[in-house]
Ligand binder design. Structure first.
Ligand code: IMP
Length: 183
């Protein structure tokens, strides 16, 4: 059994491994300049952001710290309803911290809006977002300071993103054309 063969639903590459690598280095360098005087606490949103967070953090030449939270949305598995539940909360106190949220993908923006409201209430010194992927046509979010790629509104997998927990370990981002929740 291999990772990608025998799945006719796996579509073309949307963002290549090389493009992700180059863009992550650029974002990391920008973040290192912007946060030079105030090393950030990176807050990864599980599970999808774990691959990007790992590469991004190593591209930031600063003493960053890490924390993670996990959220689950009520409703169908592929469209968020906007009602989000915290499944795993942060370990750190955010008071006075410079928080940089690391997200895999912003689709409707509802998950991010919930997270930002929740985190802002914990009195960080600053709050910004670095998202690898943003689907086109979504309203811009002011806090989206760093964006890797704007992509079409297709469902995608890879580089942390899954369909029914598969394909998170693909090195690139690919379109997924099949039923959204196989199995
Ligand atoms: P939003 O609340 O609509 O912005 O959805 C954000 C969350 O939905 C992301 O953190 C992902 O977990 C999931 N998601 C949205 N679009 C995709 C996709 O194309 N592939 C995989 N997961 C996605």
């Amino acid at each position: 059994m291999t990772l990608t063969t025998d799945d006719p639903n796996l579509g073309p590459v949307v963002v290549s491994e090389e493009a992700i690598r180059d863009r992550t280095k650029e974002l990391g360098a920008r973040i290192a300049v912007d946060y030079a005087a105030r090393p950030p606490l990176l807050v990864g949103v599980l599970k999808g952001a774990f691959v990007f967070m790992s590469d991004l953090a190593r591209a930031i030449d600063l003493p960053v710290e890490f924390d993670f939270m996990a959220v689950a949305s009520y409703g169908s598995s592929t469209r968020t309803s906007g009602v989000v539940r915290i499944v795993k909360d942060l370990d750190s106190d955010l008071t006075g911290r410079h928080v940089l949220v690391v997200e895999d993908i912003v689709d409707s923006g509802l998950t991010l809006a919930f997270l930002l409201r929740n985190l802002a209430a914990r009195h960080p010194a600053s709050l910004a977002v670095c998202a690898l992927l943003v689907k086109e046509l979504e309203p811009s979010v002011d806090e989206l300071a760093y964006v890797g790629f704007r992509i079409p509104r297709d469902f995608v997998v890879g580089y942390g993103l899954d369909v029914a927990e598969r394909y998170r370990n693909l090195s690139c981002v690919r379109r997924y054309d099949g039923p959204m929740s196989p199995g």
